[in-house]
Ligand binder design. Sequence first.
Ligand SMILES: [Zn+2]
Length: 214
Amino acid sequence: MLDKLIKKEHAAGAPNPGAIFDFEVEKRLQCMTCKRCKYKKIAERQLQLTAPVAPNVEKDTPVELGICLERFFADTEIEGVQCDHCNAKTTFTQRSRFITFPKVLAVVIQRFVFDDIGPKKLEIAMQVPKDGASLDLQAFESATKGELAPGEEALPTGAAKMVEPTLDQALLNEIIMMGIPELHAKHALHRTGNNDSNMAVTWYFENMADESLN
Ligand SMILES: [Zn+2]
């Protein structure tokens, strides 16, 4: 379906047809102890969403796309991060917002989950509003375009470490023992918040699945 859209755009004479999916996202991190913030701008072509359902959810359970989006843009907490400004080992909050919007928003729903037996595929029924306009993406727009808001103070640049917090070695081992190469395991663990090996493995399988489709 994405290929079709790109071809259509190409036929319409667009110089860079793939650009219809391009957008920028800000990731805001805030230390809960000293309240200082860090913003990062990330170029994206799709949103990786997770469905808020249990692994044993019944087949064809309806899940609304809007709920998955809300979950993606909700504030999340990362525990046990060392802050380079106040030196506390503390909790950071993380939040994502759109800096720019794509012409066409591509979303990928993570379909692999883990239950007691192993990985399985969620067969949920995504509910997408017929009228795209009823999904209010403006609510997830950055007010400051990836910059500090008035009154916010920046974390020192050396604090970039916080974007990639030290990975939990025990969790990392769990993932590697499931047969996932170390580099991929580290990447997956980092991308999923460094606090849940199942989530990291799910992320890995989902992304490998995408890769094999390309
Ligand atoms: Zn701090």
